[in-house]
Design a binder for this molecule. Sequence first.
Ligand code: PLP
Length: 479
Amino acid sequence: MPVLEEKSFHMTPDEFRRYGHAVVDWIADYHSRIESFPVLSQVKPGEIRAALPAHPPAEGEPFEALLQDVQRIILPGVTHWQSPNFFAYFPCNASGPGILGDLLSSGLGVQGMLWSTSPACTELETHIMDWLVEMLGLPEKFRSSNTGGGVIQDTASSSTLCALLAARERATNYFSNKKGCDGKLVAYASTQTHSSLEKAAMIAGIGVENLRLIEVDGNFAMKPEVLAQQIDADRHAGLTPFFVCATVGTTSSTAMDPIAALGEVCRKHNLWLHVDAAMSGTAMLCPEFRHLQNGVELADSYTFNPHKWMFTNFDCNCFWVADRKALIQTLSILPEYLRNQATESGAVIDYRDWHIQLGRRFRSLKLWFVIRHYGVEGLQHHIREHVRLAQQFADWVRNDDRFELAAPAPLNLVCFRHNSGDAANQTIMDRVNRSGDLYLTHTKLNGKLTLRLCVGQTNTQARHVEKAWNRIREEAARV
Ligand SMILES: Cc1ncc(COP(=O)(O)O)c(C=O)c1O
């Protein structure tokens, strides 16, 4: 009797190899011709959907057809974050080793919720997070061999939420997890803090009215004396101050909150100090920038995004705590179906207890690949180069009477404006963005529309920043 093959629709290993090579070739070609695309996608709302079939395919299609549609339908609707002419928001840069590490993570298809569901997924992560403590000059207490430890999360928003939850539980002796919040807990941050904290306050049951946004100084940094006064006032009112979020590099203008002074206030009042260094944390690879976060040893938790500026493609956020017990006690729930010997032995880390979701990807692979490919030296070189280019741009702005700097530029973000007012700045930005030559975004500082140019894409070089400045000046001459 001939053996009948079981019916299968799966891609065979040989097909996977062939199409895999085609996809890698496609990505390499895309990156080599990326400067030929308009940086900001030029499609109109609904245009991409209109090009897609109304109904899903009843039968499978050849892989070649998929790649053709990526080219024909998807590419026009892509804003090219990996273009060296991308200067908008904060970067979300990527690199060859990062992309390949991510591909390998997909290839292994591991779900690392427990140590036992893939020991390498947990142990590589713990190890890389300890390496990063050394690479960024972070306090020793954040190491897993000490009282703390680090975990890779999806985003800074998730990490900040976890910090807020752990702080809430520490402040209420783990009572809020049982009974809910009593409406008396109060958290503090500056008026410039990222909106993810407000969202975290909603989710954590603190309530946005119990989040105090503290006044900033002329450099957009939180005023520690105003924080101290507000804490006193809240205490007198019978409330329970418990958490401060300080930012190293605010989203609007890379303002640096004074961590040492804020840390002293937190120590005095026994408040949890969380440091959000989402983009600027990467600069700490270079010892000469670490003074920007003096006092970080006073932090209870710290977060930064390698997926912003450290050549590690989205998503990859690093989060450390000084006392891992507080975090684990806050987030740990152990249902019967997850029990196993390794967990019972107490000898392993189960990262499911370190964040909101249960399942987790093998994200440390891409970070490991990036760190090993570049080495500390290579990473430092490119970060210093980005900062140098941004400082050069700031000098050009300073030396042109039509423009002014709108905030200090300590690292790779320059906030500037044309002196003819908001409408002129809006026009300049809209025109350069519409041209597709580069992509810039804006903020408001002291009530005025301000242009932001952030240098951080992997392949941005001097010629790209020069072209950006020339294009901005050309449009300025027309307004
Ligand atoms: C200072 C700061 N914190 C938090 C975030 C949020 O980052 P994520 O998208 O990783 O949640 C950002 C994003 O730009 C940021 O600049």
